[in-house]
Design a protein around this ligand. Structure first.
Ligand SMILES: *[C@@H]1O[C@H](CO)[C@@H](O)[C@H](O)[C@H]1NC(C)=O
Ligand SMILES: *[C@@H]1O[C@H](CO)[C@@H](O)[C@H](O)[C@H]1NC(C)=O
Ligand SMILES: *[C@@H]1O[C@H](CO)[C@@H](O)[C@H](O)[C@H]1NC(C)=O
Ligand SMILES: *[C@@H]1O[C@H](CO)[C@@H](O)[C@H](O)[C@H]1NC(C)=O
Ligand SMILES: *[C@@H]1O[C@H](CO)[C@@H](O)[C@H](O)[C@H]1NC(C)=O
Ligand SMILES: *[C@@H]1O[C@H](CO)[C@@H](O)[C@H](O)[C@H]1NC(C)=O
Ligand SMILES: *[C@@H]1O[C@H](CO)[C@@H](O)[C@H](O)[C@H]1NC(C)=O
Ligand SMILES: *[C@@H]1O[C@H](CO)[C@@H](O)[C@H](O)[C@H]1NC(C)=O
Length: 307
């Protein structure tokens, strides 16, 4: 814990130095990304603190979570608080006003729901930091984002383990764009203070999975879109999983579309309806999404004979 605090203070003084140095060019995109990261950290903080103030160690034990996992939850919540404070200080050091917490719709009603949501949220957080990484122009901010991202991935692994999902279901984490992340996060945000900086992201029309998760590869998936689908043009179902973006033809009817889950999809993955099958997931191609899905990884083999 001490070393973590020391690291954040060191990075912070680096930023404080950087922002007052004439050599440092403050990039507004960087600040927008830090504000976006803070928006997500506020959401996580509200989410986790509400759950932990509502349910005791006994409630988690009653839901069959180990006391060891309950201890880990305290660390997770502490980490998220540190991320929030760190981002606030970093944004201030860059001369901007950190966005404030909003009011939220929290999606869980039981400890088991909460831990499943925690696994999903931490996966989304990891995807958010990873997707934003190439947009950052400052290498110091990039290092800080990677440091936070790694910790989000550890949280995700602990929560997946606690609900019986393989933590390392994919050799690669999944990067997602700011608009895709904002589409997911905004469902949980009721309203924000009007003084908050406006973020340069927008949402896509919604898409929901209409069956229970986890899914298997090669099985059929049916999704409901928040609007009717043209039946004169081919709709594609585009899966994003690790570094793979795979489009398959969708069978559309009304606002429902079905497709087959491609073999390459594994672990927490994202699904969009797209107008084309290019793996170029840009605004002009995305119609609806993302829906979040969980796909059971296949049993893996490896070849140890060369060692
Ligand atoms: C906890 O586990 C026990 C033993 O496997 C089982 O009987 C019980 O239904 C489980 N409780 C919950 C809330 O899952
Ligand atoms: C999925 O289907 C492909 C071919 O269609 C097959 O090669 C593969 O073994 C299947 N995978 C699973 C896990 O069923
Ligand atoms: C998706 O599910 C949410 C929550 O149940 C609901 O509010 C929303 O309208 C649904 N959207 C679609 C496109 O079905
Ligand atoms: C599909 O197209 C036909 C012919 O244009 C139309 O009558 C029908 O309502 C459409 N169905 C849906 C679900 O949009
Ligand atoms: C992509 O769509 C084009 C037509 O829109 C089609 O010719 C091509 O075969 C499709 N490719 C794949 C991999 O589905
Ligand atoms: C993706 O599409 C956008 C516009 O739709 C285009 O500007 C960009 O070059 C494309 N990227 C790739 C890798 O094809
Ligand atoms: C993976 O292996 C486990 C046991 O080793 C087995 O129970 C399970 O059915 C296997 N899953 C698949 C998809 O082959
Ligand atoms: C495993 O690796 C060894 C050494 O590289 C190679 O000779 C062998 O063919 C591999 N076996 C399989 C099943 O891939």
């Amino acid at each position: 814990m001490y070393s973590f605090v020391r690291l954040s203070l060191n990075l912070l003084s680096l930023f404080a130095w950087a922002s007052s140095s004439p050599l440092f060019k403050r990039d507004n995109t960087d600040i927008d990304i830090l504000q976006f990261a803070l928006t997500l950290e506020h959401l996580e903080n509200a989410f986790y603190k509400q759950a932990l103030s509502k349910w005791s160690a006994n409630d988690f034990a009653g839901a069959n979570f180990s006391s060891n996992f309950y201890t880990q939850l305290q660390y997770i919540v502490h980490d998220e608080e540190e991320h929030m404070v760190f981002l606030e200080q970093t944004i201030r050091a860059a001369g901007a006003n950190p966005v404030q917490a909003c009011t939220y719709n929290l999606p869980f009603t039981t400890p088991a729901d909460f831990v499943a949501s925690l696994a999903t949220f931490e996966g989304v957080g990891t995807s958010a930091y990873l997707g934003a990484a190439p947009l950052l122009s400052s290498k110091q901010y990039l290092t800080a984002a990677a440091a936070i991202m790694s910790t989000e991935a550890i949280h995700e692994a602990a929560a997946r383990n606690a609900i019986g999902e393989i933590p390392m279901a994919n050799p690669f984490a999944t990067p997602l764009s700011g608009n895709a992340i904002y589409s997911i996060a905004s469902k949980f945000i009721q309203s924000c203070p009007s003084s908050n900086a406006k973020l340069p992201f927008h949402t896509y029309p919604g898409l929901n999975l209409t069956q229970s998760s986890p899914l298997s590869v090669n099985s059929s998936i049916t999704l409901a879109s928040q609007g009717s689908l043209s039946n004169s043009t081919q709709i594609y179902v585009t899966f994003v999983s690790g570094l793979q973006i795979i489009s398959v033809t969708g069978r559309a009817s009304g606002n429902s579309v079905s497709a087959t889950v491609p073999q390459q999809i594994s672990g927490q993955s994202y699904v969009f309806l797209t107008g084309g099958n290019s793996s170029n997931l840009t605004d002009s191609n995305i119609l609806y999404g993302p829906a979040i899905i969980e796909v059971t990884p296949s049993n893996h083999t490896y070849n140890a004979s060369s060692y």
